[in-house]
Design a binder for this molecule. Sequence first.
Ligand code: FAD
Length: 262
Amino acid sequence: MEIIVLIKQVPDIEKVRFDAEKGRIDRSSAPAETNPFDLNALEAAIQLKEKLGGSITVLSMGPKQAESSLRDALARGADKAILLTDGRFAGADTLATAYTLATAIKKLGRFDLIICGEKTVDGDTGQVGPEVAEFLGIPHVAYVSEIREVHQDKLLLISDMGDKYLVEVKLPALITVTKDLNTPRLPSLRDVLKARKKEIEVWNADALSDYGDLDGFGVKGSKTMVVKVVIPSEKGRKGIIFRGEDAAEKLLEVLRENRLVN
Ligand SMILES: Cc1cc2nc3c(=O)[nH]c(=O)nc-3n(C[C@H](O)[C@H](O)[C@H](O)COP(=O)(O)OP(=O)(O)OC[C@H]3O[C@@H](n4cnc5c(N)ncnc54)[C@H](O)[C@@H]3O)c2cc1C
């Protein structure tokens, strides 16, 4: 089975700060990591390859440093890695991101299955996977929490959208997967060292020009724009921590003030 896994590098969401003035995430404020759901997508691909044979290509659009996520994917079991990087891809909304990824997939040629995470932990839209499928004119199933049966020409899946649905999908197809699907394996030190020597292909916008319209990439291809960014003020419940020897007395004082004890 020929499988493509879409991988996005995201900032560590626990540490990242937001630049409210520019309306963007300040990516320099936190270390980068592979979107956690994409590790579930890769693990699913590795398990399918172990069963059926074939190969796994990982594909990412992002800045040069996204190479580290692709290299990690090679260490975990991917066979080939491609990074789409170019100033002309920058400022892409989800539609332009999906168009760029779909154009690269057309250039790659034959595939049976594309696997994505259900969403990213930074953008969090869950739109890119289904949009890629629409651009390629193939069926897609979102929120896959179980791959129940695998056949040469179809898959039987559980899609978990609150209620669970049993879905049969004909290949080639695209699926987006949830964390419940599997537990991603960790690469061994030997695999990490081996992956360091593997080549990561880098494609710019010109490399895709025979397969798509350059005006569909980046800002030019984006149909949406961020008009205003508002960081919600923290209202509602707040915690207070009392420390020191008189912590119990202070707590009692607050409870009395709020008439919670006499
Ligand atoms: C108007 C606008 C302008 C924007 N400008 C910028 C900008 O300048 N710089 C910037 O960094 N972001 C920008 N963004 C955010 C950018 O659109 C998203 O980061 C991107 O489209 C992915 O969306 P998402 O994170 O919601 O992915 P989701 O749809 O939640 O992701 C689902 C899955 O799709 C796959 N996937 C998603 N993105 C990628 C990718 N890049 N490569 C490979 N696989 C992927 C992964 O498998 C992922 O698990 C902008 C967004 C808007 C609306």
